[in-house]
Design a protein around this ligand. Structure first.
Ligand SMILES: Nc1nc2c(ncn2[C@@H]2O[C@H](COP(=O)(O)OP(=O)(O)O)[C@@H](O)[C@H]2O)c(=O)[nH]1
Ligand SMILES: [Mg+2]
Length: 293
């Protein structure tokens, strides 16, 4: 996920658009550091640096520094391509201004639409991780096929089921994966979920399933996706004896949200959780910070 763009020239901000901000870092200090590094680079060379769960990808052109802030976990290649495209669009529109002193008074705000269009072209990877039968496929269907209604039959899923979610998340598009939860597949999760930005741990809110999640799923997630955001979906809240979302959250060491994936009424809630984790407006954890005894 590309989170923000900043464009600097002679230490002035020409343009910035922060789609998803963060309170983890002193962002002004980071921008000063990255732009001073960018300034020294050759024209059109791309470099990047990582700080905690973020990666800053930057380029220098016409003595102007372009910095994209992205999730560290996401694919660098695609973001580099996007950066090149953004800079060429920017130059098409503003090259003349930048070559004279006109840039000091130019209004760069119209660039925002183009920027947002480009970041929407890189799907944000969303992983549904959990044991078989917890409701991952049902959640995928709930998000993608509202007109058809969620399936009521259990069909085991081979890993790699995937859907593209285009609505509701502007400017982003989500690519959502149902990671099959049969034990023999879990070790393969890494191949599918590499570069995932967000993880939803799906549980049926039973003690057995929480134990499985901690024992089998957590080690793989911590290895493969340390910088991704994560929350738990405490599914099957309608079943008698289901553990409450609070209990699920405590046992998993991450915020948990109650769900009934087989009820269409819960679609808005589900989309709300997807949006909330994407835009960081709900409580979440970073995978690497999960503490389990
Ligand atoms: N009672 C109840 N059943 C659910 C709920 N969510 C999913 N299911 C059912 O649980 C079964 C397994 O769901 P599925 O999505 O295939 O699980 P997956 O293996 O994780 O993909 C299906 O029969 C679903 O209809 C729920 O909230 N409550
Ligand atoms: Mg499935």
């Amino acid at each position: 996920m590309i989170r923000a763009i900043h464009v600097f020239k002679e230490d002035r901000t020409l343009f910035s658009d922060v789609v998803v901000g963060n309170e983890d870092l002193d962002n002004d200090a980071v921008m000063t550091l990255v732009s001073s590094s960018a300034k020294k680079m050759q024209e059109w060379k791309i470099d990047s640096m990582e700080i905690e769960r973020f990666r800053y990808v930057y380029i220098n052109s016409h003595d102007t520094q372009f910095i994209l802030t992205m999730d560290r976990q996401a694919s660098l290649n695609k973001v580099e391509e996007a950066l090149i495209e953004m800079v060429s669009r920017f130059m098409t529109a503003f090259e003349k201004d930048l070559e004279t002193d006109d840039w000091k008074t130019t209004d760069f705000a119209p660039f925002k639409a183009g920027f947002r269009k480009i970041i929407g072209r890189i799907p944000v990877k969303v992983c549904l991780a959990g044991h078989g039968g917890t409701g991952k496929t049902t959640l995928l269907e709930l998000a993608t096929l509202p007109s058809k209604g969620p399936p009521q039959e259990y069909v085991p899923t081979f890993f790699g089921d995937k859907a593209l979610l285009k609505a509701n998340f502007d400017p982003y598009v989500f690519s959502m994966f149902d990671l099959g939860g049969q034990d023999r597949f879990v070790q393969e999760w890494g191949k599918i979920i590499r570069s995932g930005s967000m993880v939803f741990v799906v549980t049926d809110s039973t003690n057995d399933n929480l134990a499985w999640t901690r024992r089998v799923a957590y080690p793989v997630l911590k290895n493969e996706l340390p910088y991704a955001r994560i929350i738990a979906v405490a599914n099957k809240q309608d079943i008698t004896g289901a553990l409450s979302p609070e209990t699920v959250g405590k046992k998993l060491g991450i915020p948990a949200y109650g769900m009934q994936a087989n009820q269409r009424d819960f679609r808005d809630r589900w989309l709300g959780l997807l949006r909330g984790l994407a835009f960081e407006t709900i409580d979440f954890k970073v995978v690497r910070d999960i503490e389990v005894d």
